[in-house]
Design a protein around this ligand. Structure first.
Ligand SMILES: Cc1cc2nc3c(=O)[nH]c(=O)nc-3n(C[C@H](O)[C@H](O)[C@H](O)COP(=O)(O)O)c2cc1C
Length: 290
């Protein structure tokens, strides 16, 4: 069996490390988590990850200090995640050795940390990045969209939803089918699927969302169908309605009622190609676009 790529996830919020670990493991990665910079640095030295994903603010050693300390020892790619809007945190991350910035727009599927649309935020982030590459993300689902991002100054594009709808993605086939059928207007920016990570996200308006929305978007404890089992994992554990993780191919039950993350880019999802073929198609479209 091919060796799995190793990802070290660092965050003092155990809810976040748990969700990231589950999600990344379901995509075939080997994952270790650390809740502070010091233990992360020990893992970075002894375990030798292929990628480090770290939060900025943590006890004892911050994400910036961790990035600096790792950079003294290795060139492992580091992604610094921050919910902070302040310019200084991004600049500190770059100064400490982060390789690039991802500029996410509110068009994005999944968890949305942005507060502006992609083309509102991109010029601001390009300015802050001071020459370091900026990757555009959110609502991009075809080569024309990539071309638009590159023309606006991005060095690359990061596509999420479009690659969930590929042959290789281990998402549940029902989730992929829903993506192919959906349009941008079928998504909502919401707090609906917040159990495990109470944060804003964009997902399809499925039955769980419609029930919750019709009830006036109540807080946990007062939500319709709360506590109901919507699916079961292979180990027999239950997935309850409003749980944060999207359904993978191993779930049994009603995956269509789980969190079906999708960006406005879902408008461009019309098929389920192999990922390699899709990359070639996107590049051809990008080159042909004017
Ligand atoms: C299935 C799925 C899961 C995601 N999970 C996360 C996540 O755990 N944390 C996060 O910050 N962003 C998450 N995202 C957002 C992506 O990082 C990216 O910003 C988004 O996919 C880009 O928009 P697009 O889906 O329109 O291409 C997720 C997106 C998708 C589609």
């Amino acid at each position: 069996m091919a060796e799995r790529s190793r990802i070290l996830v660092v965050d003092d919020e155990t809810q976040i490390t748990r969700v990231l670990k589950t999600t990344l493991q379901s995509q075939g990665y080997e994952v270790k988590t650390a809740t502070d910079g010091e233990s992360a640095l020990n893992f970075a030295v002894d375990w030798i990850p292929d990628l480090i994903v770290t939060d900025l603010s943590m006890p004892r050693m911050s994400g910036i200090e961790l990035t600096r300390a790792v950079r003294e020892r290795s060139q492992v790619p580091i992604i610094v995640l921050s919910v902070r809007e302040e310019e200084k945190s991004k600049i500190d991350a770059l100064d400490a050795g982060a390789d690039y910035l991802v500029c996410q727009g509110t068009e994005a599927g999944g968890h949305v940390q942005a507060s502006r649309g992609l083309y509102e935020g991109l010029p601001i982030v390009l300015d802050e990045a001071k020459g370091k590459p900026v990757i555009a993300s959110g609502g991009i689902g075809n080569g024309q969209g990539i071309r638009q991002a590159l023309s606006a100054g991005a060095s690359g594009a990061m596509l999420g939803t479009r690659f969930v709808a590929t042959l290789e993605c281990p998402a549940h086939p029902v989730y992929k089918r829903e993506l192919v059928a959906a349009h941008a207007g079928d998504t909502a920016l919401t707090m609906c699927f917040q159990d495990g990570w109470p944060a804003l996200h964009r997902a399809l308006r499925n039955r769980t969302f419609v029930m919750w929305d019709a009830a006036g978007c109540p807080l946990p404890g007062k939500r319709p169908g709360e506590g109901e089992v919507v699916a079961t994992r292979p180990d027999g554990s239950k997935v309850l309605r409003y749980f944060v993780a999207p359904p993978n191919q191993e779930l049994q039950g009603r995956p269509e009622e789980c969190a079906l993350y999708a960006g406005l880019s879902v408008e461009h999802v019309k098929d389920l190609p192999p990922a390699g073929e899709l990359v070639h198609r996107l590049w051809r479209e990008c080159l042909a676009a004017v």
